[in-house]
Design a protein around this ligand. Structure first.
Ligand SMILES: Cc1cc2nc3c(=O)[nH]c(=O)nc-3n(C[C@H](O)[C@H](O)[C@H](O)COP(=O)(O)O)c2cc1C
Length: 168
């Protein structure tokens, strides 16, 4: 199998955030897809089981999803994409607000966000596909959105092993 083909797939870049009791967790993901167009659209997001965000989302069943702009820098992406919420408070020195679902939404370098509920989970052994239902969606700015391609080729960012699309 020529695994180079998988690097031809295209994505955006997002921060998902969740909270259970007093514990906040959030991380960078590229694996967000809108699945259905109804009144409350359904989406999927794929999260590695070793990520604290996966463990916390399974408990809270709530998640907020921020769409990053091209302005998102390695300070923000490094914090959310290369550190663990298990032992680090990612909200410190990060711009956020509290959503209507009481879960923090990252607003820093975000063009828009969605507040969602987890309505189903599919086990992929190493990862979980979370099926989400959107409850709210807001636009923050009309700046260009960060694509996975822009992240790799302009920001010159890397993808860590726990990402869904890490090249092996
Ligand atoms: C560009 C990029 C894309 C990523 N995509 C995903 C993804 O789709 N799913 C995932 O589980 N992790 C993804 N990650 C990795 C997580 O963001 C990373 O493992 C993070 O440290 C997990 O934090 P947590 O333990 O606080 O949940 C990505 C990271 C980067 C930098």
């Amino acid at each position: 199998m020529n695994k180079d083909v998988f690097s031809n797939l295209t994505y955006g870049l997002y921060i998902i955030s969740t909270k259970y009791e007093d514990h906040f967790a959030g991380c960078i993901v590229n694996t967000v897809v809108q699945a259905t167009p109804e009144e409350k659209p359904k989406l999927i997001v794929i999260v590695n089981k070793e990520n604290d965000t996966n463990i916390t989302m399974k408990k809270s069943k709530k998640v907020n999803l921020s769409v990053l702009s091209e302005e998102a820098d390695m300070l923000l992406i490094g914090k959310f994409g290369f550190r663990s919420s298990k032992d680090y408070n990612k909200l410190e020195n990060t711009e956020y607000k509290i959503g209507n679902n009481n879960i923090p939404v990252i607003t820093e370098k975000a063009v828009s966000y969605i507040e969602a509920s987890v309505i189903n989970e599919i086990d992929l052994t190493t990862h979980t596909i979370f099926v989400l239902e959107a409850n709210e969606a807001e636009v923050i700015s009309n700046k260009p959105v960060m694509t996975y391609d822009y992240y790799h080729n302009v920001v010159k960012g890397k993808t860590p092993p726990k990402a869904s699309s890490f090249a092996v």
